[in-house]
Each structure stands twice: as C-alpha cells, then as structure tokens.
Design a protein around this ligand. Structure first.
Ligand code: MN
Ligand code: MN
Length: 455
C-alpha cells in the first residue's frame, strides 16, 4: 500500500481525540469570554446554599415565562422547561464540595489561642488544608429561630482563618516519619479564630473575647453554634493559570463546573422536544444520603410537578412511563491525567485535560462494583448527539483497574429506571482546595449539555 493510502486508511479507521485548543483563534476568544463568567460564578458560590442563591438571582433575570423551578431546603434546585414528548432530559450536577465543617460545640482555648474544633466533609487530603487562607461561610440559627448568614474571609479587608501546621524543625517524629494517611490527625485540624484576651484576670479570656465579638456582630451566644452549619472553605479567588492563561484554578470546581455549564446550557437551549431539567443536588461527596442528597425523594416531587404541569395525573404508571423515557447526564468531573503521576492511569482509557468533555460509561471500583454502567445503546445515542453538534469529547475511566475508583450520583438516578451516563470535564488536582480546569473543556462541556438538551 502507498504511504498516502495508509495515511488515509489510518485517518478513516483509527480513533483519536483532539486537543480543543487546536481550533481557531475565534474559538479561543469565545472560550476566554465564557471562562470569565465562570470564574465570577465560582467566586460567589463557595457553598451549596450560596450556589442556590446565585442561581436564583440569575433565574430572576433570565427566566423565560414557561420555565419553573423547585427548591429543596435551600440546597437543591430543579429548573424545568416543559417539552411535548414524554420523559425528560435531565442534567444532574452536585453543588456540595469537599470542605471542613465546624463542630457543634466548636470554640475552645489552648495556650491562650482561641480555636474551633472541626470535622472534615468529603474526601480531602488533610495536609492540603494546613496553613492556607480559609474563609468561614454558613448559617447560624439562633434560639428565637432567626437565621444569621455568615461570610468572613472573602473581602479584601476581611480576616482569614488558618489551621496551623507544625514547623519542619519539630515535625520529624510526629509527622514526617509517619505514613501520610496517619500523619495528619483530623482532631488536630483546629482553626485559629482569636488571640487577644478580653481581660487581664479572666480565665479563658481569649475565648470570651471571640464570643463577645460574635455577640456584638451577630447577637449570638455559644449555644447558638449547636444549631449552625458553618463551613470552612479556601479563601482563594478563582485565577487563571500559566503564562497563556489556559487553565483556571479555583475551589469546588468539582462539581460547580458542571452546575455552571448545565444552567448556561439550560438558559441557552433554543429548542427541546422532551422536558429539560437542570438539577443541582447536595451531599454527593458524602454518599448522596439525607433529604438533600440524590437518594432523597426530591426528584420524584419534581416529576410529579412536571406531570401536573402537563395536565397528567401522577400515578405509579405515569411516573414509571415518564422515568423510563427519561435520559440523564450525571454531570460530574473526572480525574485528568497528571503528567507527574501518569502511572495511576491506563493511557488509552484515561481522560486528558484540554481534550474535551468526558463520557464515563461506568464508575465504581474493582470489578465495576457499585457502578452505573450505561448501555451501549445510550452511549451510542449520546455520542451521536455530541458528534452532530461538533462537541469535542473523549471517553475516560477513573484510573487503572484496581487502582482505586469512585462513584457519582449516576447509580442512584439509574435506579429510577432512567438511562444515565456520567459526563463532565476532567480536572487536575481534583478534591484539592484549588482545583484546576481547562477553559476549552469548560466550553465543550457547555456545548455538550446544550446539544443534549436541544436534541
Ligand atoms: Mn463530583
Ligand atoms: Mn467529588
């Protein structure tokens, strides 16, 4: 065979995925503009509650008359646009992220420093949270049931909070010689919140000083912490990464990158045959339990509302028919190949940053345990939608077989008898306080979600 023929044959038959940047300059401009809006969104949304607030603000401005939404406990939202056909096109993301929570009786004083006890939330590498600037976000419900919203550490002149690390000179025995898993004790992850005593004589005068500041600012007493949800999150702002500004570093891109893209795609969808729904849920990082997680009944309430809005009665049968005709993108991120740790991946089935939105047919661990495994038919359908819309996409498995693994909300949604596949961009440094995404992947994720809604 001639060299030219071989090249043609290779091009025709071999599968190859592309680096998204190898498109035009016009593409780059569009992508960069989109990324600015994303960074602004991330800067405002550091918690699940704040994400809902932000989406509501945008909904107020953008909502077309026929759209409606349902909120669950300030931590879930479903935005709905009805379609003629039965079933829905659902894009489901999660808006909780790994973080550090404040314990219910948090405040104590040790060596004349006031500290908060903490309890980490989700899969963190504990060492990443020492000695970085942290902010405090959340709500406190007072005895009279008044709800106080807290947000300290984000403004330029706000103080920040820090979990103090140990100096290298003295960490040899207690940290350095231990395995990483054992070296960082969760009970030592206490947050510095004060250092000046309120009085010369008083015992625990630093603690009392902190309580007095909080009383003056919020009118709260120590017991009020018991009915609070206070989250410690990185105080860093979203920033571009690298000389060429191709990447974005920010906290909680798992999974707010998908939440952002799903709402943008929802607002921009020009047409839809099935009902389209952008769903944002909570508690994914700790197993999807509880009344705001993917296992809650909230989605069923959404479906009942949809059926009613379409003039149908919600019966076991009609709900079942609706569900079995529904298609779902479980919108979540994957772990991109880190150039220094390529060995944890199998190169032909790994996802690469800049190579587009990732379709993950199955998750789980070991022999596909605990996995949603999308059918060939459904994967084929999604693949066609993406190809028809010129979306840059790739397939990706989370790491080598038996290397580790993980799950998403896909399997909980699939248990309602809907077709579900995981689909979202790949991140570097996933679950770290400052995760890295690619601007081209961000844009391709938006394009993919929009094409899915519009099909
Ligand atoms: Mn996730
Ligand atoms: Mn996660």
């Amino acid at each position: 065979m001639s060299k030219k023929k071989m090249e043609e044959l290779s091009k025709k038959l071999k599968y190859e995925n592309k680096n998204g940047w190898k498109a035009s300059h016009a593409y780059t401009d569009k992508v960069f503009r989109f990324a600015e809006r994303y960074k602004e969104f991330l800067g405002k949304c550091k918690t699940e509650r704040e994400t809902i607030e932000q989406v509501l603000t945008e909904l107020d401005k953008k909502k077309n008359n026929k759209d409606f939404f349902l909120i669950n406990r300030g931590k879930n939202i479903a935005i709905v646009r009805l379609g003629k056909e039965n079933g829905m096109k659902l894009i489901a993301s999660h808006i909780d992220a790994p973080r550090i929570d404040i314990k219910q009786n948090p405040l104590f004083e040790e060596t004349e420093i006031a500290l908060f006890h903490t309890h980490y939330y989700g899969g963190i590498k504990k060492y990443q949270w020492f000695n970085i600037p942290l902010a405090l976000h959340g709500v406190i419900v007072k005895e009279n049931l008044e709800k106080i919203t807290v947000n300290i550490g984000e403004n330029e002149d706000d103080p920040v909070f820090i979990i103090p690390d140990l100096l290298p000179h003295l960490s040899h025995n207690v940290i350095d010689e231990k395995k990483v898993k054992e070296a960082f004790d969760a009970e030592k992850m206490n947050l510095i919140v004060g250092s000046i005593p309120i009085d010369k004589e008083e015992k625990e005068a630093v603690k009392l000083h902190v309580l007095n500041i909080l009383y003056e600012k919020y009118g709260i007493k120590e017991e009020d912490f018991i009915s609070a949800e206070l989250e410690i999150v990185p105080a860093m702002k979203p920033k571009d990464v690298g000389f060429d500004r191709g990447f974005i570093a920010a906290y909680a891109q798992d999974d707010r990158i998908c939440a952002f893209c799903s709402k943008e795609a929802f607002f921009d969808a020009a047409k839809n045959s099935k009902t389209i729904v952008a769903l944002m849920i909570d508690k994914e990082e700790i197993g999807s339990d509880g009344n705001t997680g993917a296992k809650s009944r909230f989605l069923m309430d959404v479906i009942i509302k949809i059926l009613k809005a379409k003039g149908k009665e919600a019966t076991l049968e009609s709900v079942g028919e609706f569900l079995s005709s529904s298609e779902v993108l479980s919108a979540d991120v994957n772990g991109a190949v880190n150039p220094m740790y390529k060995d944890v991946h199998e190169k032909d089935n790994a996802s690469y940053i800049n190579h587009g939105v990732v379709m993950t047919k199955f998750t789980g661990h070991g022999g596909k345990y605990m996995a949603n495994d999308a059918s060939a038919e459904f994967v084929g359908k999604i693949r066609k939608i993406f190809n028809d819309a010129d979306v840059n996409w790739q397939t990706g498995e989370l790491g080598k077989v038996d290397e580790g693994g993980g799950g998403t909300i896909a399997k909980y949604l699939a248990s309602w008898n809907m077709d579900v596949i995981d689909c979202g961009p790949a991140l570097l440094s996933m679950h770290s306080p400052y995760e890295i995404s690619s601007k081209t992947d961000l844009f391709e994720t938006y394009k993919a979600y929009k094409a899915f809604f519009e099909e």
